[in-house]
Design a protein around this ligand. Structure first.
Ligand code: ZN
Length: 208
């Protein structure tokens, strides 16, 4: 969407008031933290021009990828959403294309991780995407300590909502806040305490 900071609400307002559209033009929209928002869902979008709007889905990603990097969480969530839509609509990984593949535009930008996104989508569809371990955190305040733990363990770190949406995606989950509910794994190391302070203390002890 070529804006460095706008969230889904600001993009919606711009598309409605600035462009005169019915509202957010994308079918889905993915924030930096990997949260997937439903825009127009499976109704016609306003994302790729008259030739493609009625026969494609538009997935917008927060950020300006001519200058910024996509986050790992955006790649994870995007791949999951792609895989779900491919399964539901009888599509294939080859159908995942950039705006610039169907229109004269630099969108989605040189830093958009398209090859990785397609590869992860393929892995999810083939069911060989299971990670050995992953760290899950609940809120922004847990993000830093969860990141330290992930670095120590040598694995990825996922916002809780993404982890819940992915279903079983890792053999072992280390949970920083929020407990085990809604998460699936062969084993769960729950480092959540009764409050944030206690959680951070438990993680710090685990790091020692
Ligand atoms: Zn575009």
């Amino acid at each position: 969407m070529a804006h460095p900071s706008w969230g889904v609400e600001q993009t919606h307002e711009y598309h409605r008031d600035g462009r005169g559209w019915l509202g957010l033009g994308y079918n889905w929209w993915i924030g930096f933290d990997g949260t997937i928002y439903e825009g127009r869902g499976e109704k016609q979008g306003a994302h790729a021009g008259p030739e493609w709007n009625h026969r494609s889905f538009g997935i917008g990603y927060q950020g300006d990828f001519s200058s910024q990097e996509m986050t790992d969480a955006q790649v994870e969530s995007g791949a999951w959403l792609n895989a779900k839509l491919i399964e539901q609509h009888g599509l294939s990984v080859e159908d995942v294309v950039g705006h610039g593949d169907v229109a004269d535009t630099a969108c989605p930008g040189a830093n958009f991780r398209m090859a990785e996104l397609r590869e992860k989508t393929r892995q999810i569809l083939e069911g060989d995407d299971m990670l050995d371990k992953a760290v899950v955190y609940s809120g922004e305040a847990d993000r830093d300590i969860a990141g330290q733990l992930a670095e120590e363990l040598g694995c990825g770190v996922f916002p809780r909502q993404v982890a819940e949406d992915l279903g079983k995606f890792a053999k072992v989950l280390y949970v920083v806040g929020g407990g085990e509910d809604g998460l699936e794994a062969d084993s769960i190391v729950d480092l959540s305490g009764p409050n944030r302070w206690a959680t951070h203390k438990r993680v710090a002890e685990h790091l020692l």
